[in-house]
Write a protein that binds this ligand. Structure first.
Ligand code: HEC
Length: 295
C-alpha cells in the first residue's frame, strides 16, 4: 500500500470512530434532554392540577355543604371537577396536553381506565411506596410522555361522596347513580392521575440539533482530510517521488538528470541535500574510476 493509502485509511478509521462515538453520545444526550424537558412540564402541570383538587376539597367543598347548595354548586367542591376545569383552561393554550383521572371503580364512567392506565393503577396498588411512574407511549399524534401519580384516599373528606350513596349528597347520587364510585376506603389507592404531554416537538428539535451537529462535524472532518492530503502531497509525496525517480535513474547509471532542488530545513530537504552529496561523490568516484589507466 502506498503512503497516501496508509495515511488515508488510518485517517478514515479515526474519523469514522470519532463520528460514530460522538453521534451515539450526542443523540442519546439530546434525546434525554428532550425527555427531561417534557417531564418537567408534565410535573408542573401535575402540581397545578393537584393544587386545584386540594383547594376544591379543603376550601370550597366544606363551605358549600354548609349552605346546602344545588347540584351545580356542589360540583364546585368536587376535586375531580376542579381538576377537569383547570385542564380545560390549560388545553385552550396547549391542546395537545392531556390529563386523566382514572379509578378502577369510578363515579363517572368516563374515568374507567384503559388497559395501559389500569396497569399503572394496579402497579401503584401493589406497591404503596411507589409515588410516580412515567414512560413513553405511541399515540395517533406521535409519541407522548405520560406521568402518573397514585390517587390515595388520604382525607376523610373524600369519603363524604365516595362511601355509600346514602352518605353522599343526593344531587350527586341523582346525577351519577348509586352503582359506581362508592366503597372507597381511607388509605386505599383507588386510581391514578395521568398527565400526557406530546414528545414530538422536542424530539424533532433534538433531531434537528443532532443533524446540524453531525453535518458540522462531518464538514470539519472533510476539510481536515482534504487539507492533510494536500499537505501530505506537497510536503512529502511529490518531493519523494521526484527523488525516487532520480535515484532510480542514477541506479541505472544515468547521471544526466539534474540535482534535487530542495529548499528548506525539513527532513525531506535534509534527505535531498544528503542525496545530492552522495550523488556528487558517486560521480567523482566514477570519474576517478574511469580515468584509471587500463579501466
Ligand atoms: C362533593 C363530593 C365529592 C367529594 C368530597 C370528593 N369527590 Fe371525588 N368525585 C365526586 C364526583 C361527583 C366525581 C365525578 C366527577 C366527574 O363527573 O368528573 C368524582 C370523581 C372522582 C375521581 C375520578 C374518578 C371517578 O370516580 O370518576 C377521583 C379519582 C376522585 N373523585 C377522588 C376523590 C378524592 C381523592 C377525594 C378527596 C380528596 C374526592 N374525590 C372527594 C365527588 C366527590
Amino acid at each position: 500500500m502506498k503512503l497516501r493509502g496508509k495515511f488515508n485509511s488510518m485517517l478514515l478509521l479515526v474519523f469514522g470512530l470519532a463520528l460514530g462515538a460522538s453521534g451515539y453520545f450526542s443523540h442519546r444526550q439530546l434525546n434525554e434532554n428532550a425527555r427531561g424537558e417534557v417531564l418537567s412540564n408534565a410535573s408542573v402541570l401535575m402540581e397545578t392540577i393537584l393544587s386545584a383538587r386540594t383547594w376544591a376539597v379543603n376550601e370550597v367543598g366544606p363551605n358549600l355543604r354548609e349552605t346546602g347548595d344545588d347540584e351545580e354548586m356542589l360540583m364546585m367542591g368536587v376535586p375531580a371537577y376542579a381538576a377537569e376545569k383547570v385542564m380545560e383552561a390549560v388545553q385552550k393554550r396547549y391542546p395537545d396536553y392531556g390529563y386523566r383521572e382514572v379509578a378502577l371503580n369510578p363515579t363517572n364512567v368516563k374515568h374507567r381506565p384503559a388497559d395501559w392506565e389500569a396497569k399503572i393503577v394496579n402497579s401503584f396498588r401493589s406497591d404503596v411506596t411507589k409515588l410516580e411512574e412515567w414512560g413513553i407511549r405511541q399515540s395517533a399524534k406521535g409519541p407522548i410522555l405520560y406521568l402518573a401519580h397514585p390517587i390515595q384516599i388520604k382525607q376523610s373528606g373524600c369519603l363524604g361522596c365516595h362511601t355509600t350513596p346514602e352518605k353522599s349528597p343526593v344531587q350527586l347520587v341523582a346525577k351519577y347513580g348509586s352503582e359506581n364510585g362508592y366503597g372507597w376506603k381511607l388509605k386505599e389507592i383507588i386510581g391514578a392521575q395521568i398527565v400526557t404531554v406530546p414528545l414530538s416537538v422536542p424530539v424533532e428539535n433534538a433531531n434537528r440539533m443532532f443533524i446540524t451537529f453531525m453535518t458540522t462535524l462531518t464538514g470539519v472532518f472533510v476539510a481536515v482530510f482534504v487539507l492533510l492530503n494536500l499537505m501530505l502531497n506537497a510536503l512529502v509525496i511529490s518531493r519523494v517521488s521526484v527523488m525516487a525517480n532520480i535515484a532510480d535513474e542514477i541506479s541505472k547509471g544515468n547521471f544526466e538528470m539534474g540535482e534535487f532542488n530542495e529548499q528548506g530545513s525539513d527532513e525531506v530537504a535534509q534527505l535531498s541535500a544528503s542525496f545530492n552529496r552522495m550523488r556528487r561523490s558517486l560521480v567523482k568516484a566514477m570519474e576517478l574510476f574511469n580515468s584509471q589507466p587500463g579501466s
